[in-house]
Design a protein around this ligand. Sequence first.
Ligand SMILES: [Zn+2]
Length: 91
Amino acid sequence: MAKLPEGAGRHITQCSVCQHAEEDEIERLWRAGRSSRSLGETYGLHKTAVANHAKYLALERSLDDILLAVIERALLPSITKRRRQLTPTRR
Ligand SMILES: [Zn+2]
C-alpha cells in the first residue's frame, strides 16, 4: 500500500470509495484510464467521490494498466469466441 497522506484516517472513514467492497478494482480501473464518471455509474458511487479518492490518494494513470485494458478490450471477443469453439457443447 502506498504511503497515505496526512489526515488519511478522516478520508478513509468518510470516503464511499474507501468503504466500497470493490475498492481495489475501482482503483485498478481508474489507473487503467476509466473516468470517474464511468466508475461512479458502474459501482453506484458519485463521480466526485471517485475523483476525490483518486486525488486524495494521488493515484496515477498507469501506462501498463492502460495498455493491458486496451489489449483486453481488443482481444476479449476473439478469446471468448475461440473458447466457445473449443468447448464441447453439453447435451
Ligand atoms: Zn477514498
